[in-house]
Ligand binder design. Structure first.
Ligand code: FES
Length: 356
């Protein structure tokens, strides 16, 4: 079942129209970040947990370490709608919770597609995802969107490796809308980057593929050389790539930057401290360049987390003593008095006592 295509806004073709872009952006952000999506035909909402069945499993990278998974409702019902940049929260059979960007077609009303890179040394979520087989059921919440697509007339899309997942539907939407777009895709080698077959069907004059084993690590000019004057840049990939784009964006000539991290942001101005786990008495060191969550996972690999960026709330713990250095925007002032998000927040005191 197909949803109808989103409307194309008026042409946005010079810096003066950035006001329009800004208003448009505010409209989209207020709509998508807060409310997620509804589809009048869907009987489910993004707020309801949904049991979805895996209906298709495809290997989409030559090294076989990226799998694309398609989920549908067991009754084939219409699912809540989404826009490019949206993601799902998946609750895995083990109890792990992970977020994955949607990389299918938003107009497919009865299925969601995500893609997962296998990370053997990760927290186990990717291995569990790779072990799923057609017919297995997972619990899903969403879709939600913290990286919304805005129909700029001119945009550069940059992806690093599995960071292509939110970018794929954005580029498809830009094509569909007749926008002036360019796509820069970076990765370690042609073996490792997913969806090459699909990208091969795109206009090759609008696509630049940069592989580390052929061209070296991309420079700021490699990444931003095609940034459109007065247009937008979207980037998703590893932290060093995003930092390179962020630090050099001002001289690119583009007017708007949107980025999404796939992993924890680097710790800034970190100092070491200790955490005490009140229920066991264990005391763990938190190094200057690691998070409380890192220390917890090292000690207890089953520790629950998801986004590692301070917005999902999965890693929240109660603080019994000490003063956290809150580095997120999710918790209320009241919540901050008694708890913290261990993935990004640190300590203002030499020790925090956690209710763990
Ligand atoms: S893991 Fe998502 S807020 Fe910490």
């Amino acid at each position: 079942m197909k949803r109808s295509a989103p409307p194309l806004g008026a042409p946005l073709d010079d810096r003066a129209t950035n006001i329009v872009v800004s208003l448009l952006e505010r409209f989209w952000l207020s709509r998508v970040v807060r409310a997620d999506y509804a589809d009048e035909r869907a009987t489910r909402t993004p707020h309801d947990p949904m049991a979805l069945v895996l209906t298709r499993r495809e290997i989409v990278a030559r090294d076989k370490d990226v799998v694309a998974l398609t989920f549908s409702a067991p009754d084939g019902d219409v699912l809540p709608g989404w826009q490019p940049g949206g993601h799902l929260d998946l609750h895995l059979p083990s109890g792990r919770r992970r977020q994955y960007s949607l990389c299918g077609d938003p107009q497919d009303a009865d299925r969601y597609r995500i893609a997962v890179r296998k990370i053997p040394a990760g927290g186990g979520g990717s291995l569990e995802m790779h072990d799923l087989r057609v017919g297995d059921t997972v619990t899903v919440r969403g879709p939600r969107n913290g990286f919304p697509f805005i129909p700029y007339e001119r945009a550069l899309y940059i992806a690093g490796g599995i960071g292509i997942t939110p970018i794929l539907p954005m580029v498809r939407a830009a094509q569909r809308l007749g926008a002036d777009w360019h796509f820069v895709y970076c990765g370690r080698s042609a073996e490792t980057i997913p969806f090459l077959d699909e990208i091969a069907s795109w206009d090759p004059t609008r696509v630049t593929i940069r592989l580390d084993d052929e061209h070296g690590v991309p420079t700021a000019d490699d990444l931003l050389g095609q940034a459109p004057a007065g247009g937008a840049v979207y980037v998703c990939g590893p932290p060093p790539m995003i930092e390179t784009v962020r630090l050099n964006f001002d001289r690119s000539g583009a007017a708007a930057l949107h980025f999404e991290r796939f992993s924890a942001p680097p710790v800034r101005d970190g100092t070491p401290f200790e955490i005490e786990l009140a229920r066991t008495g264990d005391v763990l060191d938190v190094a200057a360049d690691e998070s409380v969550l890192d220390a917890l996972v090292r000690h207890r690999p089953e520790t629950a987390y998801s986004c590692r960026q301070g917005f999902c709330g999965t890693c929240r713990v109660a603080v019994l003593a000490g003063t956290p250095d809150h580095r997120e925007n999710r918790l209320t002032a009241e919540e901050r008095e008694t708890s913290m998000l261990t993935c990004v927040s640190r300590s203002l005191t030499s020790r925090l006592v956690l209710d763990l």
